[in-house]
Design a protein around this ligand. Structure first.
Ligand code: ZN
Length: 205
């Protein structure tokens, strides 16, 4: 029988389900929260409660937003003809921070990872394909430079090649970010200078 009160055990289990949190860290976080003042803890709980309630996924780009469509998709001064495909909403933040990209985004919410049962249907790839009309001239595949990212880029590239308009193949330039991003690293953690160079030096797929 566990010596811990059930509410604490449940909280530890909750933390353990978070990415990158092992049993020890989960325990440490739960015990830490025991010492946090009630008022602060309530704010934390409110944020958790409202997380899903006050956010939606933009129906166009699938980015996390408070409004649908999101503020990037409704911004008419942005270039609608370029779509930058990223794995996570945090990648949008990193690229926006460079200030050099003025096109649109599409967020996949992950990458192909067969070992963990993440196939094309688990990502927003079909939504991306639907957005590629003849008005779109370039798709930047800004996926992470690791195995899953490569597999995702390859798959999307194949799918785009099969798109047709009036039974003619759709001509859209597909580009990848330039090398210089640390291999195996995440776009999210790349500094703005590296990311700007990678965007500027993007090459055709
Ligand atoms: Zn959007």
């Amino acid at each position: 029988m566990s010596l811990l009160p059930p509410s604490l055990t449940r909280l530890i289990e909750n933390f353990q389900r978070l990415p990158g949190v092992g049993p020890k860290t989960a325990q440490r976080l739960a015990f830490y929260l025991l010492h946090v003042p009630e008022e602060e803890l309530q704010k934390f709980a409110d944020n958790l409660t409202n997380l899903k309630k006050s956010t939606v996924l933009c129906t166009m780009c699938r980015n996390v937003s408070e409004k649908d469509p999101c503020q990037i998709c409704v911004n008419t001064s942005r270039d609608q003809s370029i779509i930058c495909v990223v794995e996570q909403p945090t990648d949008v933040l990193s690229i926006e921070k460079t200030g050099m990209f003025k096109g649109m985004y599409h967020v996949l919410h992950g990458s192909l990872d067969p070992l963990n049962n993440i196939g094309p249907d688990e990502l927003y790839i079909n939504d991306l394909l639907k957005r590629i009309t003849p008005n779109v001239t370039e798709i930047i595949l800004a996926v992470n430079p690791n195995m899953e990212g490569e597999a995702t880029a390859m798959y999307i590239n194949q799918q785009i090649q099969q798109l047709t308009v009036n039974s003619l193949p759709l001509t859209v330039k597909i580009t990848r970010l330039a090398h210089g991003l640390p291999v195996g690293g995440d776009i999210e953690y790349a500094d703005s200078v590296t990311l700007t160079r990678a965007l500027e030096g993007r090459r055709e797929y």
